[in-house]
Design a protein around this ligand. Structure first.
Ligand SMILES: [Zn+2]
Length: 585
C-alpha cells in the first residue's frame, strides 16, 4: 500500500512542475531542467531535474532523489509528513495507519497549542479588556478588517491568563513550555507574553509557528518574539509571507520591510507583495526562502546609519543567491504605512519602481565618504570596497556592467576594476563551505568523466553491457565507480529484460543511491550511438587500466634492477604490452 501510494503520487505529480514552486528559475536544457541549487549556494546552475525520470540531482552538493525526497529536504519534513502533503496535492485520499513518531507527535502538539493561543489572544483583543489595544492599532491607521485578517491579539498583563485558559482546555504545562508560550518560574508557570499587542507569526504554509509581541504602554523590550522552538526558527520565517507569497509571484517582485506594522500597513494599502524578517538581520535562509517566489527584491530601509548598513548587508546576501536587488528609502523619515497614508499607494509604488541598483547605492555611499576630487588613495579604497560587491554578483553580464559603472564614477580604468574583482573572486573561491564540499564545476552540467559517462550509458542501454566484457572493476579510478559497475553487471544478469537499470541499480548498490541518480540525469551527447560510443569508451577504460598496471610493473622491474627481473614479471610485462596493442588504433 505504501509503495502503491508513492507510485500514485509520482504518476500524478510532475516533479519539474512541483520543484518550480520552490525554484522558479528552472530552465529547460535538453531533456532535463536546470537551475541554481536551492540547497547550496552557487553561481552556475548544477541543480538538475527530469520529468521523465522523476528525479532531481545537484552536481554541486550531491543532493538528489525523488519528489518526496525533495519535499522532505526543502521543507524539513519527515517521510510521512511529506507523503501526506503530496497525497493531498495529488488529490489522493490518504489516511496514515501508522502511529506518529515521537517528534511528529511533539510537533503536532505544539501546533495545536499555538493555534489555541492565537485564538485566545485574538479573543482578548476583541473583548472589552482589549479596548486599549484596539485604540492603539486604530491610531496607527489599521482597520477592523486588517486586524481580523492578521488575527491581531492581546496578551493580558497578569502573567497567568494564557496558562490558566490552556490548562482548562486540557493542555499540559509541558505543552505550553515546548511551544514557547510559558516558562517555569519560582512562582509557578508564567505566560511569556504580558500586556502586548500580539502578532501571530504564520509561515508560508499557513501554520502558526510563534508570536511577536509589541509592548502596550511603557516597558522593555519594545518587541519580543517567541523563543525558538521545535516549530519556530526565526531565520526560516518572513512575516507576512503567508499572504504575500502569491502576490509576490503576481507582481514579479518582493519588498523587504523592517517590522510587523510596516507589513500590515502595506498589505492594508494594497501593496501586498511585502514581507519583513522578524526583528533580525536578513540571513541566507531568508534569501533562499524569497528565491522560491521571485528573483527581484526591493530592500526598503531606514535612511539612518544603522539602516543603511543593514540594507547593504541584506542586499549582499540576496545577490549571492542570484536575486536582483534594488534599494530605496522613504523621505521625511516616514514609515511605509505612514507614507502610504500621507501620499498614497501610487506614490509609494513609484518609489519602489525608481529604487536604486545596489551598485549605484553602494558607489554613492563610497563617494559621499570621501572629499572630492578623490585622491589616489581614496580611489583605491573605494574600488577595493566596491569590488567586494561586484564579486558577489553571480551574473557575468551584470558584473561587467557594474565594473563599468564603478570605473566611471570613481574615475579609474575599467580594467583596473575588473582586475580587482578577479582578485576578490580568487581569494574567496576556496573558502570552505559550511555544508558538504562543493565540486568546482566547469560546465553547467557539473563534473563527470568518461567513467561516469560509460556507467550512465549502460544504465540506460543495458543490452549494450556486453560491449564491456573486457572491463573489470579494477579498471575504474575509484573503488566506488568499480563497485557501481559490478552492480550494473549483476543487475543486468539477473534482470535480462530490464530496459533501464536506474531503479534496479539502487537495489544492487543501495549505499550509492545518490551517485546512481546523478548518472541517471547525465545528458547523453546529441549524436549518441549506444553501440559505438559504449564500445569505444569501454576500450579507452580498459586501455587506461592496462596502462596503470604497466606503470606498476615497470616500477617493480626498476626496483629489481637490470638483469635481475624474474622471468614471470617480465612475461607479465610483455603480455600487458600485447594486450594494449589491441586497444591502440
Ligand atoms: Zn546543490
Amino acid at each position: 500500500m505504501k509503495t502503491d501510494l508513492v507510485e500514485q503520487i509520482k504518476d500524478r505529480l510532475d516533479i519539474v512542475e512541483f520543484i518550480r514552486h520552490y525554484v522558479p528559475g528552472l530552465k529547460r536544457a535538453g531533456k532535463t531542467y536546470k537551475a541554481c541549487c536551492p540547497f547550496h549556494q552557487e553561481k552556475t546552475p548544477s541543480f538538475t531535474c527530469s520529468s521523465e525520470k522523476g528525479l532531481f540531482y545537484c552536481f554541486g552538493c550531491q543532493e538528489g532523489g525523488d519528489i518526496i525526497a525533495f519535499l522532505m529536504k526543502i521543507e524539513n519534513l519527515s517521510f510521512k509528513e511529506a507523503l501526506e502533503r503530496l497525497a493531498d496535492l495529488a488529490g489522493i485520499e490518504y489516511q496514515s495507519t501508522q502511529p506518529l513518531s515521537g517528534e511528529e507527535q511533539l510537533r503536532a502538539n505544539v501546533r495545536q497549542v499555538l493555534n489555541f493561543a492565537r485564538e485566545h489572544y485574538h479573543k482578548n483583543f476583541m473583548s472589552r479588556a482589549g479596548e486599549h489595544a484596539r485604540t492603539y492599532v486604530k491610531q496607527r491607521g489599521l482597520t477592523k478588517e486588517t486586524c481580523l485578517k492578521f488575527e491581531l491579539g492581546l496578551s493580558n498583563p497578569g502573567g497567568t491568563d494564557l496558562a490558566q485558559a490552556a490548562r482548562k482546555t486540557g493542555y499540559s504545562d509541558e505543552d505550553l513550555k515546548t511551544a514557547g508560550l510559558c516558562a517555569s518560574t519560582q512562582y509557578g508557570l508564567r505566560d511569556y507574553f504580558r500586556n502586548r499587542l500580539m502578532f501571530p507569526i504564520i509561515n508560508q504554509r499557513g501554520d502558526t509557528v510563534g508570536f511577536g509581541g509589541r509592548i502596550l504602554g511603557e516597558g522593555e523590550p519594545k518587541y519580543l518574539n517567541s523563543p525558538e522552538t521545535i516549530l519556530f526558527t526565526k531565520s526560516h520565517v518572513l512575516y507576512g509571507l503567508n499572504f504575500a507569497g502569491p502576490e509576490i509571484r503576481k507582481a514579479g517582485r518582493a519588498v523587504l520591510l523592517e517590522g510587523y506594522m510596516d507589513v500590515i500597513g502595506c498589505h492594508q494599502a494594497g501593496v501586498a507583495y511585502t514581507v519583513a524578517p522578524l526583528g533580525t538581520s536578513l540571513t541566507e535562509d531568508h534569501a533562499r526562502l524569497l528565491k522560491r517566489y521571485t528573483d527581484n527584491v526591493v530592500v526598503l530601509f531606514d535612511p539612518d546609519e544603522a539602516g543603511i548598513k543593514a540594507a547593504l548587508r541584506g542586499a549582499l546576501i540576496l545577490i549571492e543567491r542570484g536575486i536582483f536587488v534594488k534599494v530605496a528609502s522613504l523621505p521625511e523619515g516616514l514609515d511605509p504605512d505612514e507614507y502610504i497614508i500621507k501620499y498614497g499607494k501610487e506614490s509609494f509604488e513609484q518609489i519602489l519602481d525608481n529604487a536604486q541598483e545596489l551598485i549605484e547605492f553602494h558607489t554613492q555611499l563610497q563617494l559621499k565618504a570621501y572629499q572630492k576630487p578623490l585622491s589616489a588613495q581614496h580611489k583605491t579604497a573605494a574600488v577595493t570596497e566596491l569590488s567586494q560587491t561586484i564579486a558577489k554578483q553571480p551574473d557575468e553580464i551584470v558584473r561587467q556592467e557594474w565594473a563599468k559603472y564603478v570605473a566611471e564614477q570613481i574615475g579609474v580604468e575599467e580594467q583596473l576594476v575588473r582586475a580587482r574583482v578577479r582578485q576578490v573572486v580568487q581569494s574567496t573561491s576556496f573558502v570552505p563551505q559550511r555544508t558538504k564540499p562543493i565540486v568546482a564545476s566547469v560546465s553547467p552540467v557539473g563534473t563527470h568523466n568518461a567513467e561516469e559517462d560509460l556507467l550512465a550509458w549502460v544504465m540506460k542501454s543495458p543490452q549494450h553491457i556486453v560491449l564491456c566484457a573486457e572491463l573489470s572493476d579494477t579498471d575504474f579510478s575509484t573503488p566506488a565507480l568499480g563497485n557501481l559497475f559490478n552492480a550494473l553487471v549483476k543487475a543486468r544478469m539477473e534482470n535480462p529484460d530490464a530496459q533501464d537499470l536506474t531503479a534496479l541499480a539502487q537495489n544492487y548498490a543501495p549505499e550509492q543511491k545518490n551517485e546512481i541518480i546523478k548518472l541517471a540525469l547525465l545528458q547523453v551527447p546529441a549524436d549518441f550511438e549506444p553501440a559505438r560510443d559504449i564500445a569505444s569508451c569501454a576500450a579507452k577504460l580498459v586501455a587506461a587500466g592496462i596502462n596503470k598496471q604497466l606503470k606498476q610493473i615497470k616500477q617493480k622491474m626498476k626496483a629489481y634492477g637490470t638483469g635481475n627481473v624474474p622471468p614471470e614479471v617480465f612475461q607479465q610485462y610483455v603480455a600487458l604490452q600485447n594486450k594494449l596493442k589491441k586497444y591502440r588504433k
